[in-house]
Design a binder for this molecule. Structure first.
Ligand code: NAD
Length: 518
């Protein structure tokens, strides 16, 4: 991979020194082991959301380039699938080491393109790194089953075989974690991969691919194509792609689910959310308030597991007063500022949409306890900042409740009983996550049993499972059968072959009846 390694410092240098250069660097595709500039006629600016500076330009990859990437993945498959699993694991072992070594550079790229604070960017990478660590044990995870002597002299065993070329389509909010949910498991199972990063922050994906190649991933095993709808549709339609992993909004996710399924592909589609936190009067006050602040405003609310709605059981006034007081103390600034608690939202359009949803809440009769819309951040006046915002007295019919806001906005509701709170949550169309704050084990257990969301937190605000479990959103937050990572992730990237073998003396008579076990 000599050639690829030579390119690595070039892209890193370009990306990290944008401020002084006049021409922003073009983000390369990765095709068959080479980082290549696209011949695309159109590019999209990748914009630093805290400053509006153009960080780089991402190509709308041409169809020929897309086909070349799929063809490279297809060509690499036969030899990669036959590469010993121990060798594939060792590539991941080296890869996780290189990610650790390059953590700061990756984090700076994420903060520059996506806006989250450097500390949060480290968390983004670390959560992905843990999936890579898990993939290092793939030989055990991918084991088949064996039953000896199912009939006289006959044994049956099953193998988990890779599918072939798989593809991943990523959202903007976790530029490292989500690509790392996808390709490390896919390739360690023996598949080859085509990754389509978010066009809003593709830098981390390119850096991760550079590191994966440096770790020993052979040419063509991982490919990257940039773009938007056309590239995504090409992935859905391509006959050589066997499976598609998608994370993003419901509009795109359901479109991809239908279009790729029509071509007979496997799909796992993680989509939008409206996660509720139920606060019972017996909850620990300090711990609960801190959890609500962190999960509501962290990453400027741009997490699919953000706790964007709080349902207070009983009177909410004293809780809300304290929440407002603490939220006011949070520091909003550029993510590279050491004391920043939350950075900007991803784009001007996102800011406008969030502000519109806040106003819709006010118009519908909610009380705006804290308004972050007009915040000005000294030194970053052009940034897409919104300060922590709290709406109270929200009801299920309001648009600000029904829509996923995806910004630093906490929507507060009241329920007169625990049962009413459970009912509110279960009537919501999404089912990604839900949390309860209480000191009652019985209440927590009832919540766990009755809530329809796929990931439950008990005094834990963002219950994203570690990679030995899976990410298990349900209802409108997920489409498909097999979730991301964990056992389900391995199942998604493998198909079962069942072998029945007979080793005994040659039978002397012929029987045309269906064989039965005897
Ligand atoms: P998005 O749907 O706009 O974009 C995701 C990807 O789909 C991008 O790569 C984009 O290029 C592509 N895309 C967008 N519109 C498309 C279309 N019409 N046709 C084909 N492709 C299209 O999502 P986003 O704004 O980048 O991410 C935010 C969303 O992702 C939120 O809804 C959030 O809840 C969700 N999300 C969910 C999870 C989860 O695990 N459930 C995790 C992270 C983010």
């Amino acid at each position: 991979h000599q050639g690829n390694n030579n390119l690595r410092p070039r892209f890193l240098r370009c990306l990290l020194s944008t401020m002084s250069s006049t021409q922003p660097p073009r983000v390369p595709n990765l095709i068959g082991g080479s980082f290549v500039d696209s011949q695309a006629s159109s590019h999209i600016d990748v914009i630093n959301p805290a400053t509006q500076e153009v960080v780089s330009q991402v190509p709308l990859t041409t169809n020929e380039e897309f086909k070349a990437a799929v063809s490279a993945a297809k060509q690499a498959f036969p030899s990669w699938r036959n590469t010993p699993i121990t060798t594939r694991q060792r590539v991941m072992l080296k890869f996780q080491e290189l990610i650790r070594k390059n953590m700061d550079k990756l984090a700076l790229s994420i903060t520059t393109e996506q806006g989250k604070t450097l500390k949060d960017a480290h968390g983004d990478i670390f959560r992905g790194l843990e999936v890579v660590e898990h993939a290092c044990g793939m030989a055990t995870l991918q084991m088949g089953e064996y039953v000896p002597n199912v009939s006289n002299g006959v044994d049956t065993y099953s193998l988990r075989e890779p599918l072939g070329v798989c593809a991943g389509i990523c959202p903007f909010n976790f530029p490292a974690m989500i690509p790392l949910w996808m390709f490390p498991i896919a390739v360690t199972c023996g598949n080859t991969f085509v990754l389509k990063p978010s066009e809003k922050d593709p830098g981390a994906s390119v850096m991760l691919a550079e590191l994966a190649m440096e770790a020993g991933l052979p040419n063509g095993v991982l490919n990257i194509v940039h773009g938007t709808n056309d590239t995504v549709n090409a992935i859905c339609d391509d006959d050589d792609i066997r499976a598609v992993s998608f994370v993003g909004s419901n509009t795109a996710g359901m479109h991809i689910y239908a279009r790729a399924a029509a071509k007979g592909k496997r799909i796992q589609s993680n989509m939008g959310a409206k996660n509720h936190g139920v606060v019972l009067p017996d909850a620990h006050v300090d711990a609960t308030l801190n959890a609500l602040l962190a999960a509501g405003f962290g990453a400027a609310g741009q997490r699919c597991m953000a706790l964007s709605t709080v349902v207070f059981v009983g009177n909410s006034k004293s809780w809300e007063d304290k929440l407002v007081e603490r939220a006011k103390a949070l520091k909003v600034s550029c993510g590279t500022e050491p004391d920043a608690d939350l950075g900007p939202v991803i784009s001007k359009q996102a800011k406008e949409r969030i502000c519109r949803l806040i106003q819709s809440g006010v118009d519908d009769g909610a009380k705006l306890l804290l308004d972050g819309r007009n915040i000005v951040v000294p030194g970053y006046e052009k940034g897409n900042f919104i300060g922590p915002t709290i709406l109270s007295g929200v009801t299920p019919d309001m648009e600000c409740y029904k829509e996923e806001i995806f910004g630093p906005v906490l929507v507060c509701m009241e329920a007169s009983s625990f049962d009413e709170a459970i009912d509110i949550l279960n009537r919501n169309k999404y089912g990604n996550g839900a949390a309860i704050f209480t000191s009652s084990g019985a209440a927590a257990r009832k919540f766990q049993m009755e809530i329809e969301a796929g990931q439950i937190g008990i005094n834990v605000p963002i219950p994203v499972p570690l990679p030995f479990f899976s990410f298990t959103g349900n209802k409108a937050s997920f489409a498909g059968d097999l979730n991301f990572y964990g056992k389900a992730g391995v199942d998604f990237f493998t198909q079962i072959k069942t072998v029945t073998q007979q080793w005994k003396d040659i039978p002397t008579s012929v029987s045309l009846a269906m064989p039965t076990s005897q």
